[in-house]
Design a protein around this ligand. Structure first.
Ligand code: IVH
Length: 682
């Protein structure tokens, strides 16, 4: 029996040794097949002698039934968090403060990667893992021992490393559990296949895995660990004197410790470390969200002490995330000038890429349905470029059950009239031409910079004018009297006079600006210019026959129909009449006669080509240049058009994001208009 006992103990040590090499040091010495043989031998021995099975045996990582709930754990000492800094200036404030508190002493710092995972606290007594807990609120956490035991790099027994002597009577280590990027991608791929909700990021996946009551879930996920803080140790021959020594001690006991770290003696060295890590970071197989900078000497740490929530001897230098998690408090609806009802998520404020964000775009009804976004949901928001952030994903696994699916309204939130979704359109629209919200937006658009550029006609002024019934549409701007404008709240004689002068100046804007200002659906600044060039006056545009519209480059049946409808509508006719009576210029300075060529049709326009085109790019580029246009390789707000062939990728996405018009090749040919022959022949 004694012999058996010893054989089992030897085999266990051997397996532990290989586990440590494989999972902690990432440096296996034997093949997987050899390891499997050892492991099976162990399993067989234990099956034959169940009395020899110990809880810290490598075979005992997953045990028993799901737990009924997590037990609470009162931490022996507060689990502090760290003060955040966001740039090198704030980092210097930290080192300056430390220098002031330790006058005349040299201070050494250790800069470590800040692992973006879930904080855990492990407790070992006499070398055996007795408890694993979450941070919780810092005072009380949850007992997740059963889940942590399933992580292969978490030793169930500490190693007695050379020099470390016998097992310490107590060891408490703080570290991070995380899921490496590849495992995260694989997990989400499997979940997608099974139709399960996806995890937003590796951090959520790790947290989700450890929050399961059934340890078999965590066991099935390749979670990893890094330990970075020695919270308590007793019964060791000599206690470490520095953070670096503490990391060495943790590693010696068999815990997984990150080897990436920089010991720095000056601000310059710290800044170089930050710089170096920011370059390295993209290549790491796991998520980091910054660096943690700690005073190296444990004696100095102790003398610096802590505030109520965070130590004075460390800070987290955080990267500005491009994605963040927040909660949808409400879904707000705004009615645009064309009646489109646009939903926006009102969020719990969250820091994102350097600003605090409290709203995010939800685009339209289909977008909400596709994401299944609900009020109360926790969501991932992302900031792409300068536009308002958007909701990219719902964390369905974090629902409480109280969140009801969102019903897109079938009535206009502004006027209460039925709202409609027209065939082939993504937007639900209010079609009531008398809708006050639509009127407001139409007037704002009329006065906007690319339209009639009426300085001072902002939201507050338009709202005041509407509320006081001084105007109903943009045409009424021209009969406003100075006294009535001056009497509006927060106005005065001077601002009233300025506003009226700006309204007056708007009368002389070029024809294309006026056409744009009318707010005809599908007629943006560019199409307005083409229409102005072609027709030379509002009257001719209003009377245009369908065939004549079709002759305008880039104008398809959709625009033609929209223009026709606009001029039919009673309210619009009234508006035009008012503009005419006010003396707004409704003709081009020089109206081209029918059939007159349009000149270099693409002058001043920049194009970006993307995807596979039917002709060589050089040929397409020549045709564009021959028509006066330019071709550039990257999409910006200055890009007039992106010409997209098959399999267009990121440039097309950028175009959508920046609101740049996208053409297919046929569209480009139409735009090239009477130069089309050149293009075909080129
Ligand atoms: S030191 C009092 N070191 O970041 C000791 N924390 O923002 C504080 N974290 O809650 C912890 N990597 O969960 C430390 N190398 C590292 C870390 C690290 C990640 C986490 C930790 C902490 C949070 C602070």
């Amino acid at each position: 029996m004694k012999a058996k006992h010893e054989a089992v103990a030897r085999l266990r040590d051997l397996i532990r040794y290989h586990d440590h090499l494989y999972y902690v040091l990432d440096r296996p010495e034997i093949s997987d097949a050899e390891y499997d043989r050892l492991y099976r031998e162990m399993v067989d021995l234990e099956a034959a002698h169940p009395e020899l099975v110990t809880p810290d045996s490598p075979t005992q990582r997953v045990g028993g039934e799901p737990l009924p709930g997590f037990r609470q754990v009162v931490h022996r000492s507060p689990v502090l968090s760290l003060e955040d800094v966001f740039n090198l200036g704030e980092l210097r404030d930290f080192t300056d403060r430390v220098a002031r508190l330790l006058p005349g002493e040299p201070v050494e710092y250790v800069a470590e990667p800040k692992i973006d995972g879930l904080t855990v606290i492990l407790t070992y007594r006499d070398g055996t893992l007795v408890q694993g807990a979450t941070r919780g609120d810092g005072a009380v956490g949850e007992d997740i021992t059963a889940n942590l035991r399933t992580i292969r790099s978490v030793p169930l027994r500490l190693r007695s490393a050379a020099g470390a002597g016998d097992a310490p009577t107590l060891l408490e280590a703080r570290g991070e559990v995380f899921l490496p990027f590849n495992a995260f991608a694989e997990l989400n791929r499997e979940r997608a296949e099974r139709g399960e909700p996806l995890f937003a990021n590796p951090r959520n996946a790790a947290a989700g895995s450890l929050r399961q009551l059934d340890p078999r879930v965590a066991a099935g996920r390749p979670l990893e660990t890094y330990f970075y803080h020695l919270r308590a140790v007793a019964g060791v021959p000599s206690a470490p004197a520095s953070q670096v020594a503490a990391l060495g001690l943790l590693a010696g006991f068999g815990l997984r410790v990150n080897q990436l770290r920089w010991v720095c003696r000056t601000d310059e060295e710290l800044e170089a470390a930050v710089e170096e890590f920011s370059r390295l970071r993209g290549e790491l197989p796991y998520a980091t969200d910054g660096m943690v900078i700690k005073v190296n000497s444990l004696d100095q740490q102790e003398r610096l002490g802590a505030r109520s929530k965070s130590p004075r001897w460390a800070v987290a230098l955080k990267y500005e995330a491009e994605e963040a998690v927040s909660k949808i408090l409400d879904i707000e609806l705004t009615v645009g000038r064309t009646g489109a009802i646009t939903p926006t998520a009102v969020l719990e404020p969250v820091r994102l890429a350097g600003t605090t964000v409290s709203r995010a775009g939800l685009h339209n009804e289909d977008y909400i349905r596709e994401k299944d976004a609900r009020v109360g949901d926790r969501v991932v928001v992302r900031k792409a470029g300068e536009i308002i952030p958007e909701v990219v994903r719902v964390l369905a696994e974090e629902r409480t059950g109280a969140e009801a699916p969102y019903e897109f309204p079938r009535r206009c939130p502004a006027c209460g009239e039925p709202a409609h979704r027209l065939p082939d359109e993504a937007a639900v629209r209010c079609l009531n031409d008398a809708c006050p919200a639509r009127a407001r937006e139409a007037i704002l658009h009329f006065g906007s910079r690319p339209a009639l550029d009426i300085d001072g006609l902002g939201e507050a002024v338009v709202d005041a004018l509407l509320e006081n019934k001084l105007i109903q549409d943009a045409g009424d701007l021209y009969v406003l009297r100075a006294e009535e404008v001056a009497a509006l709240p927060r106005m005065g004689e001077k601002s009233a006079a300025n506003l009226l002068a700006a309204i007056e100046r708007g009368k002389e804007r070029p024809l294309d600006k006026l056409i744009f200002a009318l707010g005809i659906r599908h007629v943006g600044a560019r199409v307005a210019r083409l229409l102005a060039d072609h027709f030379g006056g509002v009257k001719r545009l209003a009377a245009a026959a369908p065939e004549e519209m079709a002759a305008v480059p880039e104008v398809g049946p959709k625009i033609a129909e929209s223009v026709r409808l606009f001029f039919q509508e009673e309210g619009n006719r009234r508006l035009l009449q008012k503009l005419k009576e006010a003396g707004v210029r409704m003709e081009a300075a020089h109206a081209p006669q029918q059939g007159e060529p349009a000149g270099a049709p693409l002058a001043g326009l920049t194009f970006v080509l993307t995807g596979t085109l039917s002709k060589p790019r050089s040929q397409v580029q020549e045709a564009i240049e021959a028509a006066g246009g330019k071709v550039s390789s990257s999409v910006s707000k200055k890009t007039a058009y992106v010409v997209a062939g098959d399999d267009a990728g990121s440039k097309l996405e950028n175009a959508r994001r920046l609101g740049v018009a996208v053409l297919d090749e046929a569209g480009l040919e139409r735009l090239l208009g009477d130069r089309r022959r050149d293009y075909d022949d080129a």
